[in-house]
Design a protein. Structure first.
Length: 234
């Protein structure tokens, strides 16, 4: 799917992790977690370059062995718990453009914590994005909880209120408006949008829907076990 446009894939992973210790080093199906996302990116044959961004020498070594380019070390200010996503992506783009001496047209970010995506998801998402004429694409899935029906806020007195106050009272969740959750699997930007973005997504953002079985984002041991289950049974 390579064309005249220059397309960069950025894969990011920190050395530290609080909720699930050393999760990016964990073995999944006999390979380090980060291997699966890098391998999917390479198999898609979309990208001119696949770049790995990390503060960890150990993860960089694994990334290189998996086929990604990993020559720079992410700065400490972009590697702590409070570091935002977009500055990390932009830093990687700038480093890549300096190294390869080209200016990329499209930027992908594939999160290593969402390894159940398929290569076909990457390719289809990009095809739809090009047709959409939007500035950004985000992937997600239908939410299992609905703010119009069964998602609540707890007040100080322990009473509850719905996150969204509907005009109508919904007796069944299937009658409520359909809502989606972002799955941290696929992000795509036009380069200009990547450097201009201020909020969680751009004004012109395209949504790529994936099934829940390919949308689990690993943030805990239970998430990891669910990924193992779905990965073995798909």
């Amino acid at each position: 799917m390579k064309n005249q446009k220059k397309i960069l894939c950025v894969v990011c992973a920190r050395g530290g992790s609080k909720r699930l210790k050393n999760k990016n080093f964990k073995n999944l199906f006999g390979k380090p977690l980060i291997y699966h996302t890098i391998n999917q990116a390479l198999k898609s044959k979309i990208f001119n370059n696949v770049v790995f961004s990390s503060d960890s020498l150990g993860l960089k070594k694994i990334a290189k062995e998996s086929g990604a380019d990993a020559w720079f070390t992410r700065p400490k200010k972009l590697s702590n718990d409070s570091a935002a996503k977009m500055p990390v992506i932009r830093h990687a783009v700038i480093e890549a453009e300096k190294k390869y001496k080209i200016k990329f047209d499209y930027i992908f970010d594939l999160d290593v914590t969402s390894p159940l995506r398929k290569v076909s998801d990457i390719k289809k998402a990009f095809t739809l994005f090009l047709k959409s004429n939007q500035d950004m694409l985000i992937s997600g899935n239908k939410s299992r909880k609905n703010p119009y029906f069964n998602m609540v806020e707890k007040k100080k007195d322990n009473s509850l209120k719905l996150v969204v106050k509907p005009k109508n009272y919904y007796v069944r969740t299937q009658d409520a408006p359909v809502v989606y959750e972002l799955n941290a699997s696929i992000y795509i930007w036009k380069r200009q949008a990547c450097f201009a973005q201020k909020g969680p997504f751009c004004k012109k953002t395209f949504f790529y829907e994936m099934p829940y079985s390919r949308s689990i984002d690993i943030d805990s041991l239970s998430d990891f076990k669910m990924v193992e289950f779905f990965g073995k049974n798909r």
